[in-house]
Design a protein around this ligand. Structure first.
Ligand SMILES: *[C@@H]1O[C@H](CO)[C@@H](O)[C@H](O)[C@H]1NC(C)=O
Ligand SMILES: *[C@@H]1O[C@H](CO)[C@@H](O)[C@H](O)[C@H]1NC(C)=O
Ligand SMILES: *[C@@H]1O[C@H](CO)[C@@H](O)[C@H](O)[C@H]1NC(C)=O
Ligand SMILES: *[C@@H]1O[C@H](CO)[C@@H](O)[C@H](O)[C@H]1NC(C)=O
Ligand SMILES: [Ca+2]
Length: 440
């Protein structure tokens, strides 16, 4: 009874595949790399462009705070409220777990109150700037899929820059500037993401939207708006992701804009809540961050639909016979053509651009009728081997048979002539074999 069951399952699977093809919208998220389909030749694999699910990327990062001893609590310190210098009940002590504010608290689970947060030491060295860098590193290329949101526990900083790196922290580019006064802080005009168009989407702007108004105690977040930028192509509710994917496919700059390996929050000036800094009570000025949100997916060049965290590092689980952390090259023995990324086009299945085995394609011919010609009357059979006349041997019939049976040859000139007339193709063949050997 097993046999009919198997057949039924196969029929079911095939009909599932067919159904999926009839409703492309339902699976237009590029979440399968291949599926089995019935064709005239029977059951075969159909390969598609694919990508991992978007996920909470803060679980996989390493955080570094610079300068190293800027986190509060060593030595212990008491802070006053920004709004009220007499309200000084915020204590920080690195030695006491209940009073410590280490960097990890920016990424822990935020349940109900009270919030947990990282805090810097206070602005004791005023008027020297209080500069802090918070660097998030993934050791993996990732693509952002949602807004970056930084939630401040105290006032939002008066000046900060969000930066990104695409080369594991070697070089940095600004993503967005934030200030209470953009002109004064960065000699830039104030803009918001709403001022951007499809043509200016890659512009780096300075915004005052997230720095002003410490009076509203609930305004605690600073954003880098990914979704508003996506919406310029995909429409207000991102209902037309196909349009965005089409753009991403054809515009490398756009793709790279949303791609990072590291992020850096550069805190340049804390909230002061007034035009004048109260020099008599600098315990009111510091940075405190309760949460940072980063949503994204591993960049796998559309060759993987999952990404695993192993040995402290994210890695794509590559399909389509690709390999590497980002599926950025073809596997050994699958270098039949040069590697290329998968493509979102045509929507919704995309193109897998799989790597193909090295031993198919024109380069693997042993003989043909142009360059690799069989010598001395040999005949090329199916490009696979030369059928030599009785007097000759070798891959291209280039060797007189008598060479192996020393001394039994005719004149010394006959061998010589045969050798020189065949040397070019033989060398080509030899070189080709060496190259192939090296690529294995
Ligand atoms: C913060 O990073 C920037 C480069 O992104 C660097 O120039 C600056 O010196 C760093 N500041 C600190 C306090 O480490
Ligand atoms: C941090 O360490 C440096 C040198 O190691 C020192 O100059 C600086 O005063 C320290 N800062 C704090 C806030 O302890
Ligand atoms: C200033 O800070 C200290 C703690 O450093 C606090 O005891 C004092 O009440 C604060 N306020 C004023 C107005 O001095
Ligand atoms: C990769 O190679 C294996 C072994 O030849 C093959 O079974 C598989 O279908 C290939 N996958 C793709 C996507 O070409
Ligand atoms: Ca927290």
């Amino acid at each position: 009874m097993r046999f009919p069951l198997l057949l039924t399952l196969q029929a079911l699977w095939a009909s599932v595949c067919q159904t999926m093809q009839h409703y492309p919208a339902a699976w237009g998220h590029y979440d399968v790399c291949k599926s089995q389909v019935y064709t005239d030749e029977g059951l075969t694999w159909d390969y598609m462009a694919c990508q991992p699910e978007a996920m909470d990327m803060t679980k996989y990062l390493k955080v570094t705070v610079d300068p190293p001893n800027i986190t509060c609590g060593d030595p212990p310190e008491t802070y006053c409220a920004l709004e009220n210098p007499y309200m000084c009940n915020n204590e920080c002590d690195a030695q006491n777990e209940d009073l410590a504010h280490p960097p990890e608290l920016m990424f822990d689970f935020e349940g109900r109150n009270p919030t947990t947060f990282w805090q810097s030491s206070s602005w004791k060295k005023y008027p020297r700037a209080l500069l802090v860098n918070i660097t998030l590193s993934w050791k993996k290329t990732i693509e952002l899929t949602d807004d970056i949101v930084v939630t401040f526990e105290s006032g939002r900083p008066e000046q900060m820059v969000l930066e990104k790196s695409l080369d594991y922290g070697k070089t940095w580019q600004p993503y967005q500037f934030y200030a209470t006064d953009c002109l004064d802080a960065f000699t830039m005009e104030h803009k918001t993401v709403q001022d951007l168009t499809q043509h200016t989407l890659l512009d780096i702007i300075c915004t005052e939207e997230y720095s002003r108004g410490y009076v509203w105690k609930n305004a605690k977040t600073v954003r880098f708006e990914i979704k508003d930028r996506f919406a310029l192509f995909a429409g207000p509710h991102l209902h037309n992701m196909a349009s965005l994917y089409g753009q991403l496919d054809t515009t490398k700059n756009l793709r790279d804009f949303f791609t990072i390996t590291d992020l850096r929050v550069r805190l340049l000036r804390p909230a002061t809540g007034a035009t004048m800094v109260d020099e008599n009570n600098l315990s009111r000025y510091f940075y405190a961050i309760s949460d940072i949100k980063v949503q994204g997916r591993c960049k796998c060049n559309l060759h993987a639909n999952s990404c695993v965290f192993d040995k402290e590092k994210l890695n794509c689980e590559c399909e389509h016979n690709t390999t590497g952390p980002d599926c950025g090259r073809c596997k050994r023995n699958y270098q039949g053509r040069t590697w290329s990324a998968g493509s979102y086009l045509p929507i919704p299945k995309g193109t897998a651009n799989t790597c193909i085995p090295s031993n198919i394609g024109p380069v693997t011919r042993v003989c043909d009728n142009e360059l690799l010609r069989c010598q001395n009357g040999g005949v090329c059979l199916n490009n696979l081997r030369c059928q030599c006349t009785p007097a000759y041997t070798g891959l291209l019939c280039e060797k007189p048979r008598c060479e192996s049976e020393l001394g039994s040859c005719g004149g010394p000139n006959s061998g010589q002539a045969a050798l020189s007339s065949t040397s070019l193709p033989t060398l080509l063949l030899l070189g080709w074999m060496l190259l192939r050997g090296a690529s294995y």
